[in-house]
Design a protein around this ligand. Structure first.
Ligand code: DX5
Ligand code: ZN
Length: 216
């Protein structure tokens, strides 16, 4: 699965930018609050408008403090998957229950320096695991290959979660990530920085599919 990140799109033309990646599996939306990360993007009103403007399932990545309070609103609005950071969550089990009760998939994310082992049992409550492969906050950063160990750990424990990776994914790094077992690849600059974003999505998908463990 390929999830283009609109962080690298033109925020004045979000509906058109979503349409430009019509073949994408999910549309990745980075919500940043200027506290959990040193950057500020968009919040619920803009996500609601985007949800009205696209049929692509919306994947909300909440890089915010107090996700216990704010995350369910994104699920209520109709987001397909809502991911919170384990470093910010007070009661991650309750968050997952709230998200699922509102009809969304529940996602848990770990920053590059956050180990996965302490959270393996917690992931029983979640549908997706988002492994950050850059420090969250900005697009266009360099991929940190060491985080792939967490992908391998998740796969080794046969966790019943979709494993997503986010940060620095391009035509080169997607190959290593696919080999490690990643299921869903977020790509911002590699998609929206391309002349033809739809073609970039297809190219990334083909590269990942060719290298996915056991498929080639
Ligand atoms: C970074 C965001 C990413 C970002 C990825 O904090 O979570 O989703 O858009 O951008 P690229 O693909 O350019 O690294
Ligand atoms: Zn993201």
């Amino acid at each position: 699965m390929i999830a283009p990140s609109i962080l690298s799109a033109d925020f004045a033309r979000l509906a058109e930018e979503a349409a430009a990646v019509g073949g994408a599996d999910w549309l990745h939306v980075d919500v940043m609050d200027g506290h959990f990360v040193p950057n500020l993007t968009i919040g619920l009103p803009v996500v609601e408008a985007l949800l009205r403007a696209t049929d692509i399932p919306v994947d909300c990545h909440l890089m915010i403090d107090d996700p216990d309070r704010w995350a369910p609103g994104y699920a209520d609005a109709g987001a397909h998957n809502v991911t919170v950071h384990v470093e910010a969550a007070r009661d991650p089990v309750k968050i997952a229950k709230d998200l699922r009760a509102a009809g969304a998939k529940a996602g848990l994310s770990v920053k590059p320096g956050t180990p996965l082992e302490p959270y393996l049992e917690l992931l029983d409550h979640y549908d997706t695991l988002l492994v950050m492969s850059v420090e969250p906050g900005f697009g266009g950063q360099e991929f940190i290959p060491e985080v792939l160990d967490k992908v391998r750990t998740a796969k080794r424990h046969e966790l019943d979660v979709l494993v997503e990776i986010d940060g620095g994914i391009n035509a080169e790094t997607i190959v290593q990530a696919a080999e490690a077992g990643v299921d869903c690849f977020v790509a911002g600059s590699a998609v929206y920085g391309a002349d033809d974003p739809a073609r970039a999505v297809e190219r990334l998908r083909a590269l990942a599919a060719a290298r996915k463990t056991g498929e080639s």
